[in-house]
Design a binder for this molecule. Structure first.
Ligand code: 3SL
Ligand code: MG
Length: 243
């Protein structure tokens, strides 16, 4: 088994991801939000790239069955139901609903990985479960960090390091690509104080400036959920598998 990491959505070659297992990581905040929404009973998440696409998808659904969610510049999109704060995606709000979601980096990374054989959503919130699920596929595994506007992002990198560490525990003979090796060591160096590491991320500062420290604290919790959202090609939705 070979394990490697792409640092940004744009840095991944979709051709290379074809037929592989891909874990998408956008700790702050898209994959933390998607994991929370599905853990709280959302029927599915439809990732789209643009606001226009989101509205178009909504026009095809029955009112009351969906919610529009996401952000631009970390803020709620005018006319949408929810922003990208995972703490908004409570059971009371999302149970049974399809979430149509567009975000700056996270949904771009997800769409980039559509050629994958298995496309899984990972975050600190479900890290161990996500690593286990990826490992069970038995194929090579790529961790695709969303990054921030096509730049390396420490929050995603730290989570990728944790996932590589978990995968190596499951498959001690796995071969690691250069970035997988480096990020595992980054994670191990800071594992006892991840908030300190992640406080150096530029996107951390942006969210702090917006008063969203509670979102950051929420997203940095580890292994809160034992669920692994997965792209279902037939249903054109990110869902939780039934088994
Ligand atoms: O870029 C994204 O996908 C978002 O997760 C970024 S934000 O934290 O919602 O601003
Ligand atoms: Mg991010």
């Amino acid at each position: 088994m070979y394990i490697d990491v792409f640092a940004t959505a744009g840095g991944a070659d979709p051709g290379l991801l074809a037929g592989k297992t891909v874990l998408i990581i956008d700790v702050l905040r898209a994959t933390s939000t998607i994991t929370t929404a599905l853990a709280n009973g959302a029927a599915g998440v439809l990732p789209v790239l643009t606001i226009a696409e989101a509205r178009e998808a909504a026009a095809g659904l029955t009112p009351g069955t969906f919610l529009l969610g996401g952000e631009r510049k970390a803020l709620k999109i005018p006319g949408f139901d929810l922003d990208n704060s995972p703490r908004q995606y409570t059971r009371e709000v999302v149970a049974g609903k399809t979430i149509i979601m567009t975000t700056t980096n996270g949904t771009v990374a997800i769409k980039q990985a559509f050629p994958a054989a298995a496309l899984l959503i990972a975050s600190f919130l479900n890290a161990r479960a996500a690593a286990r699920e990826a490992w069970k596929t038995g194929t090579d595994i790529y961790l695709l960090c969303a990054g921030t506007r096509n730049r390396f992002s420490l929050d995603d990198a730290a989570c990728a390091g944790l996932l590589v560490h978990c995968l190596q525990e499951l498959e001690p003979g796995a071969r690691l690509g250069d970035l997988a090796f480096a990020l595992r060591h980054l994670y191990l160096s800071y594992r006892d104080d991840l908030p300190h590491l992640i406080s150096h991320a530029s996107h951390y500062q942006r969210l702090m400036d917006l008063g969203l420290e509670a979102d950051i604290a929420y997203c940095l919790q580890q292994d809160v959920y034992d669920v692994v959202p997965r792209w279902d090609k037939e249903r054109n939705l990110i869902v939780l598998p039934l088994d």
